[in-house]
Structures are given as structure tokens and as C-alpha cells.
Design a protein around this ligand. Structure first.
Ligand code: NDP
Length: 304
């Protein structure tokens, strides 16, 4: 029977540790602070930011939610980032993506002080991560490593295959696995004969954005499967392809008209040694890792 890597339990354990660190900092008169910048009215972004601000409150981290008007220009946003870079009470700056199309997101993210870049997207942090220097690593990839470490799953010497090479997930997760002494293969859309590579994986990370692309035939029995993908299924046909006969999912589909599936076909989990479910796996660690990064940034700024 495969071990389920429970994202909620792991996130709670991380948040517990973060709260302890916050207490220790408080004893030294330090209170970590996060600034969250939200522009526009994307409902999912509003929920994410609300959850991040709430997590700060629960852990004793101060937060400042900034909601500039939709018509704000790139130049005005740059000025806002500059102010946040200078504020001593702010340790982490988070700009919720996506931004409205008229704002140059790349310029903005590059303007964040790398020491306050708690999303870990700044090229300085990407470079430091690759070079194996202390860096603020992107939250989802850092969460993937935390799952493996806290579940005491072996990494050193294992063959880790990462499917996906985005800057925010695939590449950083591959770098983190490499630094943890895994032998890492990175695959992408131009990879030839993907199944022959994924079948070699002791640890398989799927960060693709294609529902159930990794099928049971592509998985080595007993492998550890980490599914980063979040894909919403909205049609009956798509639902049946993954969850026909699954009463629990059927009820969820009937209620909401959609269900979430990862990049790994749920049938593949049956032959895994351990796996992260979707939902309830990797996705739940992202906010916990953001909190951990904020505390880390607060410490690193004071003890570089
Ligand atoms: P991107 O679209 O940026 O990258 C997808 C990657 O998958 C690319 O490298 C692409 O290759 C590769 N790919 C696409 N199709 C195939 C294929 N048929 N075979 C092999 N590789 C393929 O996505 P992200 O990295 O941003 O996100 C990936 C998934 O993770 C999404 O479902 C997203 O929603 C989810 N996600 C979840 C988070 C969480 O908190 N759990 C956070 C961030 C993302 P190429 O480079 O050649 O185009």
C-alpha cells in the first residue's frame, strides 16, 4: 500500500516550526514582516493573498496588504517596490501574480531587493540557488524538498526525474534535488521517449500542467511520486477519464461542477511507494514555505 504524503499534516508541522522561530525572534525584539501587493480582481489571487495574510496573523508575522488601483503603471509599481525595499519593518515582498497585462511583471520582480524576495523569483536568488549558496528558494520547489525530508524518504543517490523546466517549479526543484545529492534528469516537451526516462525514476516530480500525463505505465513500481500539477476538470468526459466510479470525487463534481487532478494519473498512485495526492499534497505547502522564507529573510537580513 503506497504511503500518502499528507500535505496538510506536513504544512502544519512546518508552520509549527515557523511559529517557534517567530517566538525566538520576538525574544530578541524582532518581528518578521511581509508586504503583499495585490493588483486587479482575479478571484483566485484574492483568495491566495487572503490566505497568506491570515497565515501571517496565525504565526505572529506582521503583514501589510497593499492594493493599488488597477490603473497603476509600471513606473508607479516600481516606486512602490522601492519604498518596500527601503522599509526596515518589511522582510519579505510578495507581488501576487498574474499582474494586469499593462504592467511589466518581469521588470517589477527584478526590482525587488533579493534579500526580501520571499517568492525566490529574482535572478540573483536563482543564481545563488544554482551555485549552492544560501538563497531564498521558490516556495513550491522548497515545499517538494520539505515533503521528502520530513517524510524521511531517501534523496541522496536516488534517480530523481523532474518533468517540467519552468523557472518557478521545474528548474529550482531540480537544483534543490541536485544539492540534496540526487542524480537528476530534467524532461520537457521536446524530450524523446519520456516514458523510458520516467520509468527509471526513484523520485518523480511532475510539474507540467497537463492532467494525468504521467500514466501508470510510465512509473517504476515503488517510486516516490510528487505531483505539483493543478488541473481543473470541468467536463463529464474528462471527469470519467480519471475518476469514473469514484463516489467521493463524483459527489465533489456534482456539487461544484469541476474537480482538480494533478499531472500524474491517479491510477499511477496505486503502484507508487509514496505519493502526494491532488488536492491535499504539494499545493498545501506553498504558503507554509512562504512563511518559512519570510522568517528566513528576517534572519538573513540581520545575520548575513
Ligand atoms: P509551465 O507551463 O511554466 O511549464 C510546464 C513545463 O512542462 C514546461 O517545461 C513544458 O516543457 C513541460 N511540458 C509541457 N507538456 C509536456 C509534455 N507533453 N511532456 C513533457 N513535458 C511537457 O508550468 P509551471 O511549471 O508553472 O506549472 C506546472 C504545473 O504546476 C501547473 O499545473 C501549475 O498549475 C502547477 N503549479 C502548482 C503550484 C502549487 O503550489 N502546487 C505552484 C506552481 C505551479 P517546455 O519547457 O518544453 O515547454
Amino acid at each position: 500500500m503506497a504511503q500518502i504524503l499528507d500535505g496538510a499534516a506536513l504544512a502544519a508541522a512546518i508552520q509549527h516550526d515557523v511559529a517557534e522561530e517567530v517566538k525566538q525572534l520576538a525574544a530578541r525584539g524582532i518581528r518578521p514582516g511581509l508586504a503583499a501587493v495585490l493588483v486587479g480582481h482575479v478571484p483566485a489571487s484574492q483568495i491566495y493573498v487572503r490566505n497568506k495574510v491570515q497565515a501571517c496573523a496565525e504565526l505572529g508575522i506582521s503583514s501589510d496588504l497593499l492594493t493599488p488601483p488597477d490603473r497603476i503603471t509600471t513606473e508607479e509599481m516600481l516606486a512602490l517596490v522601492d519604498q518596500l525595499n527601503r522599509r526596515d519593518d518589511i522582510d519579505g515582498i510578495l507581488i501576487q501574480l498574474p499582474l494586469p497585462a499593462h504592467i511589466d511583471s518581469k521588470r517589477l520582480l527584478d526590482a525587488i531587493d533579493p534579500a526580501k524576495d520571499v517568492d525566490g523569483f529574482h535572478p540573483v536568488n536563482s543564481g545563488r540557488l544554482l551555485a549552492g549558496r544560501p538563497a531564498l528558494a521558490p516556495c513550491t520547489p522548497a515545499g517538494v524538498l520539505e515533503i521528502l525530508k520530513r517524510s524521511h524518504l531517501p534523496i541522496a543517490g536516488q534517480h530523481a526525474v523532474v518533468v517540467g523546466r519552468s523557472d518557478i517549479v521545474g528548474k529550482p526543484v531540480a537544483a534543490l534535488l541536485l544539492h540534496a545529492d540526487a542524480t537528476v534528469t530534467i524532461c520537457h516537451s521536446k524530450t524523446r521517449d519520456l516514458p523510458s526516462i520516467t520509468r527509471q525514476a526513484d523520485i518523480l516530480v511532475a510539474a507540467i500542467g497537463r492532467p494525468g500525463l504521467i500514466t501508470p505505465e510510465m512509473v517504476k513500481p515503488g517510486a516516490t511520486l510528487l505531483d505539483v500539477g493543478i488541473n481543473r476538470l470541468t467536463t463529464r468526459e474528462a471527469f470519467d477519464r480519471f475518476f469514473q466510479g469514484n463516489a467521493q470525487r463524483e459527489a465533489a463534481f456534482a456539487k461544484r461542477g469541476s474537480v482538480i487532478v494533478g499531472d500524474i494519473h491517479p491510477k499511477a498512485f496505486e503502484i507508487a511507494g509514496a505519493y502526494t495526492p491532488v488536492p491535499g499534497g504539494v499545493g498545501l505547502l506553498t504558503i507554509a514555505m512562504l512563511m518559512a522564507n519570510t522568517v528566513r529573510a528576517a534572519k538573513m537580513r540581520r545575520e548575513p
